[in-house]
Write a protein that binds this ligand. Sequence first.
Ligand SMILES: [Zn+2]
Ligand SMILES: [Zn+2]
Length: 361
Amino acid sequence: MTRGVVYAEPDAAPAVEELTVDPTGAREVLVRVLACGLCHSDLHIGETKGWGTRFPILLGHEGAGVVEEIGSDVTSVAPGDRVVVAWRAPCGDCPQCRRGDPRRCSSQLRAKRRLHRAADGALLTPVLRCGTYADHAVVHEACAVKVPEELPIEQAALLACGFSTGAGAALWATPVREGSSVAVIGCGGVGLAVVQGALLRGAERIVAVDVAPQKLEHAFALGATDVVDASAGDPVEAVRELLGGRGVEFAFTAIGAASGLAQAIRMCAYAGTATLVGMPVPGAKLDVDLAADVFWPKVAVAVTHGGDTIPQEDFPFLAKAALDGRIDLARFVTSTISLDEVPARLPEIGRDGGIRTVALM
Ligand SMILES: [Zn+2]
Ligand SMILES: [Zn+2]
């Protein structure tokens, strides 16, 4: 018997339930989930009454574990392998993949839906093809990414979403150049991972912006060279001033409010790039002066989904960087909880002063 966090219908609260698992199909992998981080997108699903996902929904998408069983035609992993469960798996067949740009793949490989509610047999839809607030997940082989066993499981889980989203924004979506200057707006788990990505890329100045002193402290510890308390005045002015009035070459916003992207654009130096990393709240409108803030300073505006990662290449790269001490994944795990505590803790995401809470199964 398997247990998991089920969001049964739009107005129901998520709850831990008993589940059943169908046999694993071709190119599918049964993963015994051992850890799953609490990421804002799972909260977003409740806030948007399902985010377009078919009910009942199995929550969780920042998981890692060990391969328990493989279906036919699986060649990349074997039982016993430690894996991170990726929600991205470039399809190889969409227009972007066919033109050789899998980072911008618009259609992901997926397993068939294999888990049911034990109570009524209803077929569950796993969030983002993962469903990792559960003891087991069935995922496409391409989504089971092998990482070294030496990487602690609660750190491995963070590679599945939050960390790779932030780090990937600076490493691969809009690659930060060595010696350049960077601003990061919003220093929760994703923003702090942008700081780490910029550090790996050799940025010379990394300015972290937030309203919470505790988050700015984390940013300093994780590689920011300067911090700006956005509650103390206009953060755009403060960042520009720190850079001798020029602004930064790369500005990232990891917050959902549209003001974050507007500020990122206005923080950019001539020909800089503003990257939207955080998922905007529905209906958010951008308020910028197109001539003064975008055209004349020639600011490029970019968007990344999950850091535009190629998980099979990028997760092992990040795992190695963590094991080599070039990034500090351990610092991101500020508390661990049990699967039973997940429903109550989801609404607390981002409010408890920590960086990441990880459920251990
Ligand atoms: Zn996520
Ligand atoms: Zn594709």
